[in-house]
Design a protein around this ligand. Sequence first.
Ligand code: ADP
Length: 542
Amino acid sequence: MTDINDDRVRAGGPVPASGGASSWLAPQPNELRVLHVEDDPLDAELVAQALRKGGFSFSVVVVQTEAEFERELRAQRPDVVIADNNLPQWQGMEALDVLRRAGLDIPLILVSGTLGDVTAVECIKRGATDYVLKDGLARLPEAIRRAFREEVLRERQRRSDAALRESEARLEALVQSAMDAILAVDEEQNIVMFNAAAEKMFRCSQAEGLGQPIERFIPQRFRAAHSGHVRRFGESGTTNRTMDKVGTLRALRADGEEFPMEASISRTQVGGRALFTVIVRDITERDRAEKKLAAKMAELARSNADLEQFAYVASHDLQEPLRMVAAYTQLLAERYRGNLDENADKFLGYAREGALRMQSLVQDLLAFSRVGRVGAARGLVDCNAAMEEVLLTLGPAIHESGAVVTHGALPVVWADRSQIAQVLQNLVGNAIKFRGKEPLVISVRAEKTGGQWWFSVSDNGIGIAPEFAQSIFTVFQRLHTRSEYPGNGIGLAICKKIIEHTGGKIWVESQGGRGSTFKFTIPCDALGEKELSDEEVSMSSP
Ligand code: ADP
């Protein structure tokens, strides 16, 4: 690119003697390269003199014919062409056609003995940069400088046009390859941009879509509301937002099919006019999947409720006949003991034992199915008081096992009092039941993190192998025989149900043989809770 501050146009510097026709002066760096179309050596010298006077450092080659011109043009690309308009074999102006054919943007300045106004205008129209009369050669340097300045401006324009074209092409590629439909509408809400995804989504070609009112793609019943929205958005001063979140938005394909969509709108100012860009996403599939999921969830909830109802009814209704079986086997055993043979006494004993065991299982099952069945009686529960109650209930077991049970300050939570007491009692009771050989130490703590109370009940008992950490919370899941440790395997299942109904989670952390820590969370209740003093409360066996 030619620079306006190029050294070629800087005055001063060594000025080489101009050569005769058809001879090059060896070009120096930064010097102006002139290709001069001229048949008269005297005229050539006059031009060289004018350039020298104008302060140019230059090299020049003089040609007379079109062939010579073409050759020299290729040999060393000149910065400027100076052409005499009247040569015996050739017209200087025709040099312009050669330059154009070669795709070269080199300024051409016409030098002529005489040039009428009409011819001069004609020359400029055909592409000459300027013309200078032979008796006004003093103007030549300024004509060259101006030509360069114009060349620089032209080059700048060319570059910025190219950059603009490139960025437009990039934007176009982006818009066209987007997965979402992208439409732009003008202030009259007519479509001025319609990308490939829009063609597919609205089943309408770009040619058909462009120029159409956007309303065409909005179901009739929403049109009035939509144009109101766009107008208000236009007046709101915001530049972008997602469209109405209340309910699903609907759009209309060209063939009349409606579909649910999600859209965002943005506003830009182009040439003093507002342009709205709308990005539309077809959410038919997502909607379908969500509906399917919701139906499945409802089905699951229904079947869970049925199952719970069944467990409740079964365990409830089984109690009465079971009570009869237990009572009458008891009666049989008492009344006929010694009157039948020895085996009969033994069998009656087994039958009664079985009936009692079944009674206890059914009672546990009933207790389990009752959790969450009737709405929990929620209120503020002081866990310290609940804990004291538990320690009182478990007093004999604590005493017998020699356990030391400590608890830190416990919070007040929003829950069902008897349920919280039940959880604590089941966990502390288990810690006592599954104690090891070492003196038993049980610790109950709570701390608040991330909007939840984190409770822990830890012991130094027999521990639980990690592979059973989940299954122990399932109904009737036990890891030991009844003769090793009594129980039905319902305690932790009840804890889980209570805690989940209260909005928390429960789990166990244990390395088999190294004690267990049962942890559960209860959401903090901003209204109800108050923190209690951090004093340590402890109860040990006397
Ligand atoms: P149960 O105590 O009637 O067996 P749970 O549901 O309370 O039923 O407990 C299930 C099983 O989890 C227990 O049988 C026992 O194997 C294990 N478990 C519960 N608590 C502890 C504990 N603190 N230490 C070791 N094992 C425990």
